[in-house]
Design a protein around this ligand. Structure first.
Ligand code: ME8
Length: 641
């Protein structure tokens, strides 16, 4: 069976998980899900990076031992991924004995090969980034060029790795493997960096002890292994390197998913270590961009860090996953703003996907007792089938280049084919004209289209995909992926299940958008009792003129998903033109001839360039929207009181 291996960075235990960690982990999860759907045997690794000076110092500040502190934070990451149902196969901790043995074995091999030598390191070190810098790299001769914090001047005995020796082989590897580092702009950045010349890398420290000891064969126990050599080795020790090699057949990794901040470690140091160890190179190192909040860098001191659990609890985990993967082109920075998240949920998920499913559930039950069949689809809709097929053909390339946003964009093109074809076919008119076969074919087309969409969105929104699949009477698995996506087969006939809407509309932000730094005390003026109850007088009520009207014409408003243009007779000389946001719930042909209640003395307003001269009354609950109508036919123009 085809093997597939994907990893996240292992996260430092000096901080609790935030949106950036969730983003990386969800990308990796989606890739692993996709690989499984392709019938591959997937191994998905994540975990925590627990050694080094930064963790030792963070623990000390809290009066804890590094081990105690690491246990505490590591479990927070694990708990979050479990709550998020991240399908990792191993959660590695660098404090595990097996991992430490693997690191020591690698050190010994490199040493025996002559790639490690003893010397003295003199230079600057940023504890926060766990990175060495030369003076020329510093900002104002003191500050870290990556995080801006002050650096320490170090002068200590150290072992060095001969990174300079691997300059040429690294450039050759990148040259021969155009997709080894993604996106391309990052690849160019790495090439430029190597071309400027690589210095040998200090790979041990003596001024603290929280780390993997150098192997006993070196006989120099005051040295602990540099935290980045220790951490990077996790990608193979998790597979049993240095112990039983149990899962080593998964190596090389198909993807190391990382943030752009740690590209150099992954695209230069790690491949050089692997070359020294004579292990194969990873197939792809994919670096994503940075998340900000409402346009600002997140930081604990500003109190604006996006906590993934809070977002998922408020908006739904799968909605959040969709947002993260759809919102930002891979490699670019992204901004978290609730308005954007709500837009994605209400528009892409609710209006486009959820509504399409609702539409065929409603129509098939209204016209055919819920029966859906595929037999007539090819006769009526060959064009649409061809368009869908050609979109699907491009999707695998997007996924393999981790361009999940483009992948999703194209899946949504399939959804919009479904929504459009309903509008152009006008099944309600066809039913009136006794063209049942055309409507059966239409419902069959949309059901098949949605089945494909469910299989395709599964990697990103597994639960949602399963709900759609169960409504359509099939299961999400590799066999069906191959059947309906690769071989383009059609669903057999079934009765569609009635299901509640998948994506209830979100009306307003659900999280406090600004962090509350100091509680503000607002003294409210006392209100009169009437104001408190929001009561109005009868005269105030009669200021609103509500009249019974009859819809004599209804049309769709071009380019609007929500609006219908109604002509309403209220026994005046001219009919009233009203633009109503009811398109998601009524088709024009359902409305003509219906009586409704109209607010007749509303100031005219313009909507999408059309004048609206009143408002039809409706009520909306979780089951949708319904117009308020008189129980029996009433003379048009009658006042409602
Ligand atoms: O670097 N936006 O761990 P780390 C997007 N232990 N992604 C972000 C982010 C943000 N604002 N902040 C963090 C380490 N990330 C090392 C890795 S691997 C052998 C060792 C993500 O806890 C991003 O993936 O600082 C980044 O690479 C990772 O978190 C760094 O996590």
């Amino acid at each position: 069976m085809n093997k597939f291996y994907v990893t996240t960075p292992i996260y430092y235990v000096n901080d609790v998980p935030h949106i950036g960690h969730a983003y990386t982990t969800i990308i990796a999860d989606a890739l692993a899900n996709y690989a499984k759907l392709q019938g591959k045997e997937a191994f998905f690794l994540t975990g925590t990076d627990e050694h080094g000076q930064k963790i030792e110092e963070a623990a000390k500040k809290r009066d804890k031992s590094p081990a105690e502190y690491a246990d505490e934070i590591s479990s927070k990451f694990k708990e979050l991924w479990d709550e998020f149902e991240i399908g990792y196969d191993k959660f590695i901790r660098t404090t595990e004995e097996d991992h430490k043995h693997g690191v020591q074995l690698a050190f010994k091999k490199m040493y025996e090969k002559g790639d490690i030598y003893k010397g003295e390191y003199e230079g600057h070190y940023c504890v926060s980034c766990e990175t060495f810098f030369t003076e020329s790299q510093l900002v104002d001769k003191e500050f870290c060029p990556e995080c801006g914090k002050p650096t320490n001047l170090l002068k200590e005995e150290s072992y060095f790795f001969r990174l300079s020796k691997y300059e040429k082989p690294l450039l050759e590897w990148i040259e021969n493997n155009p997709k080894a580092i993604l996106p391309k702009s990052r690849r160019n950045e790495v090439v430029k960096f190597i071309e400027q010349g690589l210095e040998d890398l200090s790979i041990t420290r003596t001024s603290f002890s929280w780390g993997v000891k150098t192997p006993k064969e070196i006989n120099d126990s005051k040295h602990v292994v540099y935290v980045w050599l220790d951490a990077l080795m996790n990608y193979v020790t998790a597979l049993g390197y240095g112990k039983d090699n149990k899962n080593i057949s998964f190596w090389p990794a198909n993807y190391h998913i990382i943030g752009k901040d740690i590209l150099r470690f992954h695209a230069i140091f790690w491949p050089a270590f692997l070359m020294s160890l004579e292990l194969p190179m990873p197939l792809c190192i994919a670096a994503h961009g940075w998340w900000t909040r409402d346009g600002e860098k997140m930081s604990k001191s500003k109190g604006n860090v996006v906590k993934p659990k809070e977002v998922a609890d408020a908006y739904g985990l799968e909605n959040f996953r969709y947002f993260l993967l759809r919102e930002v082109p891979f490699g670019q920075d992204g901004d978290f703003a609730q308005k954007a998240l709500i837009g994605r949920i209400n528009n892409d998920l609710g209006n486009d996907l959820g509504n399409l499913l609702n539409r065929i559930i409603g129509m098939s039950h209204k016209y055919f007792d819920g029966n859906i069949e595929s037999s007539l689809v090819k006769t009526y809709f060959q064009n649409e089938l061809t368009q869908i097929k050609s979109i699907i053909n491009g999707l695998d390339d997007y996924m393999s280049e981790v361009q999940i946003n483009k992948y999703l964009e194209d899946v949504w093109k399939i959804i919009s084919i479904g929504n459009k074809i309903i509008e152009t076919t006008q099944p309600w008119t066809k039913m009136k004209n006794n063209e049942e076969d055309a409507v059966k074919a239409l419902l069959g087309l949309v059901a098949n289209l949605l089945a494909k969409v469910a299989l395709l969105v599964y990697p990103i929104m597994p639960k949602t995909a399963e709900k759609i699949a169960s409504t359509l009477s099939f299961e999400i698995n590799a066999q069906n992926f191959s059947k309906y996506i690769k071989n383009d087969e059609m669903l057999s006939g079934f009765v569609i299940e009635k299901t509640p809407p998948l994506f209830p509309k979100i009306e307003e932000p659900l999280l406090a958008s600004e962090p509350v730094l100091e509680p503000k005390i607002v003294v409210k003026p006392e209100k009169k009792e009437e104001e408190n109850l929001n009561v109005i007088t009868i005269d105030q009520f009669f200021q609103t003129q509500i009249k019974i009207g009859k819809i004599v014409d209804a049309q769709e408003v071009k380019d609007s998903k929500k609006l219908l243009l109604l002509q309403i007779d209220i026994a005046e000389e001219k009919t009233r033109q009203v633009v109503a946001g009811i398109k998601e719930y009524y088709s024009p042909s359902d409305l003509i001839g219906t009586q409704i209640c109209l607010v007749a003395n509303l100031k005219p307003a313009k909507l999408m360039g059309l004048t609206s001269e009143g408002m039809v009354l409706a009520a909306k609950d979780e089951n949708g929207l319904t117009l308020i109508r008189p129980q029996r036919e009433v003379k048009v123009g009658t006042k409602v009181s």
